[in-house]
Design a protein around this ligand. Structure first.
Ligand SMILES: *Cc1c(COP(=O)(O)O)cnc(C)c1O
Length: 392
């Protein structure tokens, strides 16, 4: 059986550094900044890239290569590069591929720091961004200009869990010869593979469900070989590389991604159904609830609905404050994708830098809660959230 025909779960477990010195069953950590050479000719050939080998861990390291190889196998990508954080991956991808004067078309609803890149930093280099609403993907074409280089989106979005039609975005990008870059963080490679729908590059914050246990930061960009080459050259000169230690942790984490994700998604759907029937909850959004505005699209492009549930508690600001202060077991934290269930208030934390009208445009209201559903027993998760809602 060829490797390519192996199932996702098998590739997640079996993609490894091929041969280690002592044939360790668990790949060791290669905690080294540099690598040595037999002689000057070997060193010259390595620097001239005539021979593929490790030189210096800012360029590559066996642990980061293993991690990248796994993500490539799981996303169906040709090549990739691993970064210290998800934001390093987002920034470096744009910085490597764009020139001054280029234009981005992006979904309005993106991660808070990505929004800051578009609004605060890229304009310094005369790179402007036009936005489309998550429910108006068909309007993307009207925003395309002669200097548009990249169409960018997350799906599901953070924090509103809106779902964008990746197939439609892929077709638009292809028709206009523009790159489609998808931040696939909320779905993980297990739930959705954007390259299948026409994405040229896929970005992950590995900090979230890929680690899945709230331990390390990491990021990765995978996709077309010639684009990754540009990103690699940018990164090898500017230095946002993932540490071998974190790469080792993340490679191990990937082995259990499918089983973890199955339980995360199962718990999340049950919580979403519970919240939908609760009188103290104004609305609930979860991709695999029939009431989700893009339910059909979610079913088409995702294996399961993910682990993030967004909802609005009754009573506005005061209701939100009472809810968060009444939580007993779940963690109040900004992270997501951990084994532990986390509740976050986007309006005052992750998305606090957005202007009020920008928050409302992407559905962030004062009473909105983003819940990253963990791996505790679902009865205990529901019991905690239920008692907190009762206090409102
Ligand atoms: C967290 C997150 C990022 C940034 O990742 P870091 O690892 O925290 O830098 C980017 N995109 C999305 C959708 C995220 O949730």
């Amino acid at each position: 059986m060829s490797i390519d025909s192996q199932k996702f779960e098998t590739q997640a477990v079996r993609t490894q550094v091929e041969k280690t010195q002592f044939m360790e069953h668990s790949v060791p950590m290669y905690l080294t900044s540099g690598f040595v050479f037999e002689g000057s000719e070997e060193m010259r050939a390595a620097f001239a890239e005539e021979k593929e080998r490790n030189l210096y861990s800012r360029f590559s390291n066996p642990n980061t290569t293993e991690f990248v190889d796994k993500i490539c196998a799981l996303e169906g990508a040709e090549d990739g590069y691993a970064f210290a954080t998800g934001m390093a991956a987002v920034f470096s991808t744009f910085a490597a591929l764009l020139n001054a004067g280029d234009h981005i078309v992006s979904a309005r609803s993106v991660f808070g720091s990505t929004h800051s890149l578009f609004t605060k930093y890229f304009p310094k280099w005369n790179i402007e961004t036009s936005y489309f609403a998550v429910n108006e993907v068909e309007k993307v074409e009207r925003l395309i200009q002669p200097n548009t280089k990249i169409i960018y989106a997350e799906s599901p979005t953070n924090p509103g869990v809106d779902v964008l039609d990746l197939e439609l975005l892929g077709a638009i990008a292809k028709k206009h010869g523009i790159l489609l870059v998808i931040d696939n963080c909320f779905a993980t490679p297990y739930l959705q593979n954007p390259i299948q729908f026409g994405a040229d590059l896929v970005i992950h914050s590995a900090t979230k469900l890929i680690d899945g246990q709230g331990r390390v930061l990491g990021g990765v960009t995978v996709g077309k070989k010639e684009l990754i080459r540009e990103i690699y050259l940018f990164a090898r000169n500017t230095g946002p590389a993932l540490s071998p230690f974190n790469a080792w942790v993340l490679s191990k984490s990937l082995e259990t991604l499918p089983v973890r994700a199955d339980r995360h998604c199962d718990n999340a759907l049950k919580l979403a159904e519970f919240l939908e029937a609760h009188p103290k909850v104004n609305w609930v959004k979860y991709p695999f609830l029939k009431s989700h505005p893009q339910y059909e699209v979610a079913k088409k492009q995702m294996r399961l609905g993910g682990n993030i549930v967004a909802f609005e508690v009754a009573g506005g600001v005061a209701g939100g404050k009472t809810f968060f202060d009444s939580i007993k077991m779940c963690s109040l934290s900004a992270n997501l994708g951990d084994t532990r269930t986390i509740v976050t208030h986007p309006a005052s934390t992750t998305h606090s830098k957005l202007a009020v009208e920008d928050k409302l445009a992407v559905g962030i209201t004062d009473g909105m809660v983003r819940c990253s559903v963990g791996l505790e027993h679902i009865d205990d998760i529901i019991a905690d959230i239920s008692q907190a809602l009762e206090q409102i």
